[in-house]
Design a protein around this ligand. Structure first.
Ligand code: HEM
Ligand SMILES: *[C@@H]1O[C@H](CO)[C@@H](O)[C@H](O)[C@H]1NC(C)=O
Ligand SMILES: *[C@@H]1O[C@H](CO)[C@@H](O)[C@H](O)[C@H]1NC(C)=O
Ligand SMILES: *[C@@H]1O[C@H](CO)[C@@H](O)[C@H](O)[C@H]1NC(C)=O
Ligand SMILES: *[C@@H]1O[C@H](CO)[C@@H](O)[C@H](O)[C@H]1NC(C)=O
Ligand SMILES: *[C@@H]1O[C@H](CO)[C@@H](O)[C@H](O)[C@H]1NC(C)=O
Length: 354
């Protein structure tokens, strides 16, 4: 009777330890997550990104945007990397992504290098996050300890990408709500918009501002007139869909100039200029603070990047570690059938050759 009671108690403890403890640990990302399983992961990612950025400095911006477009759609789970298949409708053809995402091949190069050192260990979602911090540093921005331990999704969601990713013609209230949906506040909105301190945009996204703003037949009044003329040169009405620098002053550097541009009506997208030109907005003093002190901007950028990197992450046993970032892993049943089939055919081959 007593031993029965002890057994029950012991069983209860096992259940508690196995059931509750891992759950509470699961939810946490940890900068030292790969300390034992892939200690060199940061330097491996850095080497690939550094190599690519020497030939293509814009790639740093493209990689940060890829992480943003991942996190805003069912969390930072590398869903954006999944290609179209019979069961996956890729996010890459969602309106904000189509013909605009860059860096997918670079992520695959990183994954190949990481898999060589530590096979089956590092998620594609963590690679996107690491590549973003590294891109910040190589672009002259802040560095930070990157919380790690994300796992990769088994699904993608194109509709959610169309729904959740903010558009360049959004006014301030729509920008705020797009960020609020992700648990990001007004300071996060302003700090993360600071990523538009580098990289390029297609002319299509600003043509209305240059030639016919909100159907007025006139340009956007919140656009500096000299800058307007410069942009019209690069983006002729009805001309080719050229690329234009986000920051006309320091186009490939992460710095506070993005915010001083806004102060002189030189924000590229409407969504950029809204942060400073919306009358009475609470974002104006934040822009002013970031513009006057780069350290204040960098600290905020770092905090908001970490916050964005925590959105909807899969941890513990959720999701998987993809072998190839563009595809979910084969189900074990399929793998079994495939390996059995190849064993059979190789045995047959041996028999006939003897
Ligand atoms: C606030 C709402 C935002 C809107 C409306 C927006 C919109 C856009 C648009 C339209 C482009 C140009 C794409 C193209 O022409 O191909 C772009 C580029 C870019 N975005 Fe955003 N974005 C926003 C927030 C963010 C955030 C939060 C980040 C990262 C933290 C980010 C990082 C970038 C970067 C780095 C580029 C340049 C990419 C390149 O050169 O390849 N954006 N964004
Ligand atoms: C980076 O470039 C260096 C110098 O060209 C080369 O030796 C190295 O193998 C490259 N590394 C990767 C990961 O591509
Ligand atoms: C995945 O799709 C992209 C286009 O979205 C394409 O460039 C790439 O080659 C595809 N990757 C693979 C491995 O099929
Ligand atoms: C994506 O862009 C291509 C042109 O490059 C176009 O043919 C296709 O219809 C677009 N897809 C979507 C879903 O809009
Ligand atoms: C912002 O845009 C939305 C949707 O177009 C509109 O309903 C709202 O009134 C606008 N807000 C402001 C402050 O202009
Ligand atoms: C501006 O856009 C409006 C509404 O889309 C249109 O009716 C008007 O003809 C356009 N004006 C010019 C000058 O293109």
């Amino acid at each position: 009777m007593k031993s029965f009671h002890l057994t029950v108690t012991a069983l209860c403890c096992v259940v508690v330890v196995l059931g509750v403890l891992p759950l509470s640990l699961d939810a946490q990302l940890d900068p030292s997550f790969y300390r034992d399983t892939c200690p060199r992961v940061h330097s491996i990612v850095r080497e690939v990104v550094r190599n690519v950025s020497k030939k293509d400095p814009r790639m740093l911006a493209s990689l940060i945007r890829l992480h943003f477009h991942d996190c805003f759609v069912q969390g930072c789970d590398a869903s954006v990397l999944l290609n179209n298949t019979a069961t996956i409708e890729s996010e890459q053809q969602a309106l904000p992504n189509n013909n605009s995402l860059r860096g997918l091949d670079v992520v695959n190069d990183i994954k190949t290098a990481v898999e060589k050192a530590c096979p089956g260990v590092v998620s594609c979602a963590d690679i996107l996050t690491l590549a973003s911090e590294i891109s910040s540093v190589l672009g002259g921005g802040p560095d930070w300890k990157v919380p790690l331990g994300r796992r990769d999704s088994l699904t993608a969601n194109r509709n959610l990408a169309n729904q959740n990713l903010p558009a360049p013609f959004f006014n301030l209230s729509r920008l705020k709500s797009a960020f609020a949906v992700q648990g990001l506040d007004t300071t996060d909105l302003v700090a993360l918009s600071g990523a538009h301190t580098f990289g390029r945009a297609h002319c299509n996204f600003i043509l209305d501002r240059l030639y016919n703003f909100s159907g007025t037949g006139k340009p956007d009044p919140t656009l500096d007139t000299t800058y307007l003329q410069q942009l019209r040169q690069i983006c002729p009405n009805g001309g080719p869909n050229n690329l234009v620098n986000f920051d006309p002053v320091t186009p490939d550097k992460i710095d506070r100039v993005y915010f001083s541009n806004l102060q002189v009506k030189k924000g590229l997208l409407q969504s950029d200029q809204e942060l400073f030109s919306t009358p009475g907005a609470d974002t104006i003093p934040i822009v002013n603070r970031f513009s006057s002190d780069q350290k204040v901007f960098f600290d905020a950028f770092e905090a908001s990047m970490i916050k964005m990197g925590n959105i909807g992450v899969l941890t513990g046993k959720k999701g998987e570690i993809r072998k190839h970032c563009n595809f979910v892993n084969k189900k074990s049943v399929e793998v079994d059938i495939a390996s059995v089939a190849s064993e059979e055919s190789s045995t047959e081959g041996m028999v006939t050759s003897i």
